[in-house]
Write a protein that binds this ligand. Sequence first.
Ligand SMILES: Nc1ncnc2c1ncn2[C@@H]1O[C@H](COP(=O)(O)OP(=O)(O)OP(=O)(O)O)[C@@H](O)[C@H]1O
Length: 304
Amino acid sequence: MISVQGLSKSYGGFRAVDDVSFVAQPGRVTGFLGPNGAGKTTTMRMMVGLTTITSGTATIGGMRYSDIPNPGRHVGVLLDASAQHAGRTGREVLTLSARTMGLPATRVDEMLELVSLTGAESKRRVRNYSLGMRQRLGIANALLGDPSVLILDEPANGLDPAGIHWMRGLLKTFADQGGTVLLSSHLLNEVEVVADEMVMIGQGRIVAQGDKAALLAEHGDQATLVTAEDRDALADALTAAGLRFAVAGPGFRVEAPPLAVGRAAADARVVLVDLRPSGGGLENLFLTLTASTQRESKLEGATA
Ligand SMILES: Nc1ncnc2c1ncn2[C@@H]1O[C@H](COP(=O)(O)OP(=O)(O)OP(=O)(O)O)[C@@H](O)[C@H]1O
């Protein structure tokens, strides 16, 4: 379990992380979400002792990271995939880590295979790796010591679609086996698919946190996308039911849950060809909750 309590970081008079508290539980993938500059990396760096803490505590399995003996055997960390020595080959990077942790060389081959870096690629210098290859190497490095906790900062960055799909499966399996995963991203859709829990941060402060489904139920909008055989008849039915709506593609986006929209259509005997939640739930929630902390003043495109 990762526990962060009242964590703050100030740079001069600037508070990059402000009284952040959350827990990442075993068996769950916790998504750490926030716009650029929100304080995700700084929080994660404080967790693993790379940035000094101004106030508060961060523990992993009840201990500060710096107090954990042989930490790589307990906590897999990927903060900056480009932070590896550029002149070393991928295999050398993993071999050095394996030796530091007292692991057999065979573990290096296992990890290279796991992250799909070929034998030839593993012998290339890291400076010649693509961003996606660096991420794969970083994930291999994080998993090398068979840890029970993973702390990953934007791990999908640079991965191709197949790579992202693979990583999601890997993290889900890791959590299903009892592991704790803390995964940061500024890309909500990426995290929405894989996270069980969400911690949302804006300008250094937590703006929402909790079980993903509960968050959506509590804060998410209840919009519905609906398409009918007869669009004008549907517009009349929605108006008659007092529902607010706007044109969206071939149908409408209605500010009401699907059940209310379906009932309005049924009452007016309008035949529907599509009825579904608007789907932008988490993104809308995120944009709403961090609206005051966004760089962009206009949230165009936030809703359908
Ligand atoms: N060493 C530092 N000195 C001064 N300010 C810093 C330092 N490190 C980070 N910051 C500031 O702290 C804030 C939080 O940065 P951080 O990198 O934690 O954001 P982030 O949420 O990870 O953003 P992104 O999604 O863009 O990676 C930013 O305003 C950043 O400029």
